[in-house]
Ligand binder design. Structure first.
Ligand code: ATP
Length: 311
């Protein structure tokens, strides 16, 4: 089983002076999947990624990446991985195509192969139209996509993406998300560190939440959300008197927010419960301002788990 994982870390420990940055860190990333590593500032995300990418030695525990032990076989690990950090690796003066050709040559592809690979990647990452423009004229999202394309020259088995959309506008972020999906379609497994919960929600098959150097929760985005008690139906009414009547109709489990004239009821069977609640309120002649089925957001999950907002 462990052999089939793209990344498998068990009990990793790392100390800086008297600060225990990783304190028994476990992680399992399935092949061809995206794992989101989420945690507040200083939780140990970067330390974990640097160890897994063989840039830093751990003091204890064990990690295997793409089938090789990071401590004993770092050269083999390096050949199998790509790393996209927050600092852009592309040369601003060169065009998109020249950048990718240059990376191809750095990775010892012949001139013809480097050019063909550059064209292939430009196409895959939606940069063909901009390929002959200097990278300095690119938008933030385009630059980041070029950066990710550069890390894909040799189609790494495992790619580490460190906060790939920090500082981008919504359009740039969604462009980068598409680029990540393209990579996963190509068979690359991804470990994504992010401070954006919606990003993990969009991209990750599974999420590990890290705090104080260890994983405190792990699961699919849906599993993490249902830990908070699952789905709810929120009903908003127009006035206080209706709030009281509606609360009576909806029964004991309803939570009431008097300021917002909102009643929130936990439900199990989403759609059936929704119809039932709407019908009961209608029959009681309660004039609803709004009714909505709601899953907890990952922000709420995070707050519940760590007692802190996401980084
Ligand atoms: P951020 O989201 O802020 O990047 P992070 O989760 O990536 O945080 P790390 O950078 O791994 O966290 O740091 C974990 C802890 O170890 C932090 O408290 C940090 O201050 C500390 N730390 C990191 N690098 C060093 C170092 N070289 N020397 C001493 N302490 C360090």
């Amino acid at each position: 089983m462990a052999d089939q994982l793209a990344v498998h870390a068990e009990g990793l420990r790392k100390r800086y002076g008297d600060h225990q940055a990783l304190d028994g860190f476990d992680l399992a990333v399935g092949q061809g999947t995206v794992c989101g590593l989420l945690g507040p500032n200083g939780a140990g995300k970067t330390t974990a990624v640097r160890i897994l990418a063989t840039l830093l030695r751990h003091d204890g525990g064990h990690a295997v990446v793409a089938g090789f032990d990071v401590a004993k076989q770092p050269i083999e690990v390096k050949k199998k991985i790509g790393l996209v950090g927050q600092q852009a690796a592309v040369d601003e003066i060169l065009t998109g195509r020249q950048n990718l050709e240059m990376f191809g040559r750095l990775f010892h592809l012949g001139a013809r192969r480097a050019r063909a690979r550059a064209d292939e990647l430009l196409e895959q990452f939606g940069l063909t139209d901009a390929k002959d423009r200097a990278a300095k004229t690119y938008s933030g999202g385009m630059r980041r996509r070029l950066d990710i394309a550069a890390s894909m020259i040799l189609a790494p088995a495992v790619l580490f993406l460190d906060e790939p959309t920090t500082g981008l506008d919504p359009r740039g972020r969604s462009e980068v998300w598409d680029a990540v999906r393209t990579m996963v379609d190509e068979g690359t497994s991804v470990l994504l560190t992010t401070q954006y919960l919606d990003e993990a929600d969009q991209l990750a098959d599974r999420i590990s939440v890290i705090d104080h150097g260890r994983v405190i929760a792990e699961g699919t985005p849906d599993q993490l959300k249902s830990r908070l008690g699952g789905d709810r139906i929120d009903v908003m009414v127009h006035e206080q008197a209706e709030l009281v009547r509606a609360t009576r109709v909806l029964g004991g489990q309803a939570e009431v927010d008097e300021d917002r004239l909102l009643i929130s009821v936990p439900v199990r069977d989403r759609v059936a419960a929704f119809t039932e609640v709407a019908k009961a309120l209608e029959q009681a002649n309660i004039d609803m301002a709004d009714i909505a089925l709601r899953r907890p957001t990952l922000d709420e999950v995070f707050l519940t788990l760590t007692g802190k907002e996401a980084a």
